[in-house]
Design a binder for this molecule. Structure first.
Ligand code: IPM
Ligand code: MG
Length: 341
């Protein structure tokens, strides 16, 4: 039976990188795609970034594939106006996708594309496990004419379940990142992670690192890391930083998973409105997100590996999009990858 995938191209370069990704998937298996408006595109049509119908469609699918949302057209600081990002947050919360996996493994072909020296990044192979449905993103927000607040809160249960994901994913070591010298949520985080560790995963090494120090070590010694476990906002920031190890944020895929139900798969980069519609977008993070969909969403590990090998092969053969310092446009990049499938 065909795998049912809801596709959300979203805004900016989203549609340009989604279309070839569906072509790629079609070469690998039997899929039924159902496309919906999302983000800014949905605001324009329906006044909200995520409609109940689209959320219901996602719930009923085998997996959700998302490209990117947002753009200057919908940028606002007015809390009363809808923002495209609300769709993303609504989908994460609505599908219970508490675990966000962001693997960072620079490809040898791209060692010289990173702003960091080759000796620094060589051999880096880390995974950021970011808590995705709690913390300051989802706490109560207030706003008056002269003040504003965002509450950051975590429960023991929320920390336990994301800690388990990290310990299960780790090869040998988990680096739990917090700000326990300042934040109460971080002190609870540290205690709960330590308990889950000693009770259930004593064979895995655990270290606690403060977030500012982790940010430094990510660029000074990225090989130090195996699996980074962290809360929602720290994970957001550290994963953009880690992306540059791969040469470009245009290379980084992600998977968002819940306890049951479909997972959601999306590139870490945004909608890049500055290059939208010009055929310049790098589709590789989107292809690699489709690979994560195949592996984590549908259990199709060899199909996932085929995509990853094709991407690595195209880069090894010299493919470079503008974000990687080259001149290849989207169509050229797609052709180069398809040839290697
Ligand atoms: C990400 C993005 C989102 C986030 C934005 C678009 C809301 O930066 O997925 O990393 O902050 O989670
Ligand atoms: Mg981010």
């Amino acid at each position: 039976m065909a795998h049912r995938i809801v596709t959300l191209p979203g805004d900016g370069i989203g549609p340009e990188i989604m279309a070839p990704t569906l072509e790629l998937l079609d070469r690998l298996g039997d899929f039924e795609f159902e496309e919906h408006l999302f983000g800014g595109a949905s605001i324009d049509a329906h006044g909200v970034a995520l409609t109940d119908e689209v959320l219901a469609a996602c719930r009923g699918a085998d997996a959700v594939l998302l490209a990117a949302v947002g753009g200057p057209k919908w940028d606002t600081t007015d809390p009363a106006r809808p923002r495209p990002e609300q769709g993303l947050l609504g989908l994460r919360k609505g599908l219970g996708l508490y675990a966000n996996l962001r693997p960072v493994k620079p490809l040898p072909a791209l060692y010289d594309a990173s702003p960091l020296r080759r000796e620094r990044i060589e051999g880096t192979d880390l995974l950021v496990v970011r808590e995705l449905t709690g913390g300051i993103y989802f706490g109560e927000k207030t706003r008056t004419a002269t003040s504003a607040s965002d509450v950051c809160s975590y429960t023991t249960a929320e920390i336990e379940r994301i800690a388990r994901v990290a310990f299960e994913a780790a090869r040998a070591k988990v680096t739990s990142v917090d700000k326990a010298n300042v934040l109460e949520t971080s002190r609870l985080w540290r205690e709960v992670v330590s308990e889950v560790h000693s009770r259930e995963f004593p064979h895995i090494q655990l270290e606690h690192v403060l977030v500012d120090n982790a940010a430094m070590q990510l660029v000074s010694s990225p090989r130090h890391f195996d699996t980074i476990l962290t809360e929602n906002m720290f994970g957001d920031i550290l994963s953009d930083e880690a992306a540059m190890l791969t040469g470009s944020i245009g290379m980084l895929p992600s998977a968002s998973l819940g306890a049951d139900g479909p997972g959601m798969f999306e590139p870490v980069h945004g909608s890049a409105p500055d290059i939208a519609g010009q055929g310049l977008a790098n589709p590789l993070a989107m292809f690699l997100s489709a690979a994560m969909l195949l592996r984590h969403g549908l259990g199709l590990a060899s199909e996932a590996a085929a995509v990853e090998l094709a991407v690595a092969g195209a880069l090894a053969a010299g493919l470079r999009t503008p974000d990687l310092g080259g001149e290849a446009g989207t169509a050229h990049a797609c052709k180069a990858v398809f040839e290697n499938i």
